[in-house]
Design a protein around this ligand. Structure first.
Ligand code: SF4
Length: 354
């Protein structure tokens, strides 16, 4: 996934971002809406002259007159323009005709279902669509620090054939969620990597870019990977799950072992909020401990997705055995699956992996 660091105001911040691996830097020139990040065209030109040519330099502007946009882009010498205004398609075509080698990004503010149609309207006339948040209270059209409805963004990403960049309230803490839920072509961050002085914060920049470039991390029931942690000392190796994880980083866990239970162990099933072994021992505490540790691991690694073994009293998602040890299924989740779900983690049953 590509990373654009937006709202760069100083040469040193641009160079720092690039040294950490940023793919593009955004320079705000031509202001019409409130923002603390606008700089002069001369300052922007100085920054562009200082950065290596392999990094995209993006003029981010509120201007909607094609002649002004073209003149600014030529003066600053950027290779990309990001349009935040209500520019018409015919004016976009004028810019493209005058600057055929400059890539164009059109910003769409995600408000409701109508945003999907708006994005579709522009997609054939630009090189990428950027999804951002509009702050009605402050009239800010970018750099708001606010997220928008990602379920609408997801529909836009799924329906468009062009590249989609996601912006708006993204920061080092939610970048994993953006990656695993939206899978965008790129992410754009501004206020999420700012320090209290209004400039880019070194540590936040570094961590954000590292996490954005990393493969998606997924928590997975260890037995699905072939680890012998099942109650009978065997495993539930699942080739479909292994294939699904090929381009991701798998973090294997066995909540029952994390809770202190040994392997092999007596099988157990869930009855209400408790878990009992086939011999009648109450092992609820161990199951809860394992679930808690699984959640801690998710928090530590910023994991927002888990693939768990179906039907297990710990890992089962949506369906588990009913506590009678007769193979009867009921609609309920295992202890760990429930805890992770309640914490906002996307929990997928191994049976759902095609
Ligand atoms: Fe597999 Fe989960 Fe059971 Fe451990 S607790 S054996 S990971 S299903």
């Amino acid at each position: 996934m590509k990373v654009k660091i937006c709202g760069i105001k100083r040469k040193e911040d641009a160079l720092k971002a690039i040294s950490y691996g940023a793919d593009a830097i955004g320079l705000l020139v031509g202001q019409k809406h409130p923002s603390h990040d606008f700089i002069t065209k001369e300052e922007a030109r100085e920054i562009v002259r200082a950065i290596p040519s392999f990094c995209a330099s993006v003029l981010v502007t509120h201007i909607d007159k094609p002649e002004e946009i073209i003149s600014l882009a030529r003066f600053i010498s950027v290779n990309t323009i990001q349009l935040h205004s209500n520019i018409t398609i015919s004016d976009i075509q004028k810019v493209k005709k005058a600057l055929p080698n400059v890539s164009l990004i059109k910003c769409i503010h995600v408000r409701d279902e109508k945003s999907i149609l708006e994005a579709q309207k522009y997609q054939d006339f630009v090189d990428a669509i950027l999804l951002d948040t509009y702050n009605e209270k402050t009239d800010q059209v970018g750099g708001t620090g606010l997220t928008h409805d990602w379920s609408i963004s997801k529909q836009i990403i799924d329906t468009l054939s062009t590249k989609v960049i996601v912006a708006g309230g993204i920061n080092p803490d939610n970048i994993e969620k953006v990656k695993s839920y939206l899978h965008p072509y790129a992410v754009d961050v501004n206020s999420g990597v700012k320090g209290p002085d209004g400039y880019k914060d070194d540590e936040k920049l570094k961590v954000f870019i590292e996490r954005a470039h990393e493969k998606e991390k997924v928590l997975v029931s260890a037995c699905l990977l072939g680890m012998n942690c099942k109650y009978d000392g065997k495993h539930n190796r699942n080739e479909k799950v292994l294939k699904y994880l090929e381009d991701k980083i798998a973090i294997p866990i066995c909540p029952e072992q994390l809770g202190g239970l040994s392997t092999p162990r007596i099988p157990a099933e869930r009855i209400g909020d408790n878990v009992f072994t086939k011999k009648g021992d109450n092992v609820t505490e161990e199951y809860q401990k394992g679930a808690k540790m699984a959640l801690e691991i998710c928090k530590y690694y910023h994991i927002s997705k888990a693939i768990l073994k179906s039907k297990s009293p710990s890992c089962g998602v949506g369906k588990i055995y009913d506590g009678t040890f007769t193979g009867t299924l009921i609609e309920k989740s295992g202890v760990t699956a429930e805890v992770l779900k309640n914490a906002g983690i996307e929990v997928i049953s191994s049976d759902e992996i095609a």
